[in-house]
Write a protein that binds this ligand. Structure first.
Ligand code: DX5
Ligand code: ZN
Length: 237
């Protein structure tokens, strides 16, 4: 499945200017996940963000490959799978088989992230890395050539509905500079506490993809389109 390109201003692949919105299904109705995915797809989601937690790397448990596989039939949009698990390597093949498009891992979950990223690409997915709020941008430097996406956690991972940590804006700027220096098409994604207001700040700092759970799913399905539109800074619509 082709991914929209990462340029924040104009995409030569799709001819679209825009910021991509990746709704986190952590805030969806888990009793009706297939229906929820179809609703956010129809409402204009660009990616579908799937938060995978193991109760060990983060203090919460969610879903794994069988659920991703079951959801695959409900949308053609790329599955942006955020792994908050340790270890990662034993599950790479299962996520590829389940239909994940982007597989993002935390270097903090270690120990051999460089090898893990190569294994993700070899399995046919786009590799991403995610940095916790307490991790510096420089952690991404030795890995940047291996990734198609860098995710900045703007809350501590584990739960939806937390408050945006503003100190992460500086890290987004630093990563934007790092990405631009590569000349490669690498998405810069922000996850946690994204609202229409913080979305603008993230985009100003250089983000190209915004993950949002509570801000997309609040108000129920009739609100999803408006909620998604409200997250795209006006100059990108
Ligand atoms: C947190 C997850 C996020 C979270 C975002 O560990 O990675 O994707 O669901 O939820 P909101 O947008 O409510 O902060
Ligand atoms: Zn996430």
């Amino acid at each position: 499945m082709g991914l929209p390109c990462a340029g924040p201003f104009f995409c030569l692949w799709t001819g679209m200017a825009g910021i991509l919105i990746s709704p986190s299904i952590l805030s969806a109705d888990f009793a009706s996940l297939g229906q929820e995915i179809r609703a956010i797809d129809a409402a204009g989601a660009d990616f579908i963000h799937v938060d995978v937690m193991d109760g060990h790397f983060v203090p919460n448990l969610t879903i794994g490959p069988p659920v991703v596989k079951a959801l695959r039939a409900h949308t053609d949009k790329p599955f942006d799978v955020h792994l908050m698990i340790a270890p990662v390597d034993p599950f790479i093949a299962a996520f590829a088989e389940a239909g994940a498009d982007i597989l993002t891992v935390h270097p903090e979950a270690g120990p051999h992230t460089h090898r893990t990223l190569q294994a993700i690409r070899a399995a046919g997915m786009k590799p991403g890395i995610s940095l916790n709020p307490g991790s510096p941008a420089v952690l991404a430097e030795p890995l940047v050539d291996e990734v198609d996406l860098i995710l900045v956690m703007s809350v501590n991972p584990g739960f939806g509905g937390q408050k945006f940590i503003s100190s992460q804006l500086r890290k987004i700027e630093q990563l934007r500079t790092m990405i631009d220096a590569t000349g490669r098409d690498i998405h810069l994604e922000v996850d946690g506490g994204v609202t229409p207001e913080t979305a603008r700040q993230c985009v100003d700092a250089g983000a190209t993809v915004l993950v949002a759970g509570s801000a997309v799913f609040k108000g129920g399905p009739e609100q999803y389109k408006t909620n998604i539109e409200n997250l795209r800074p006006k100059r990108f619509i």
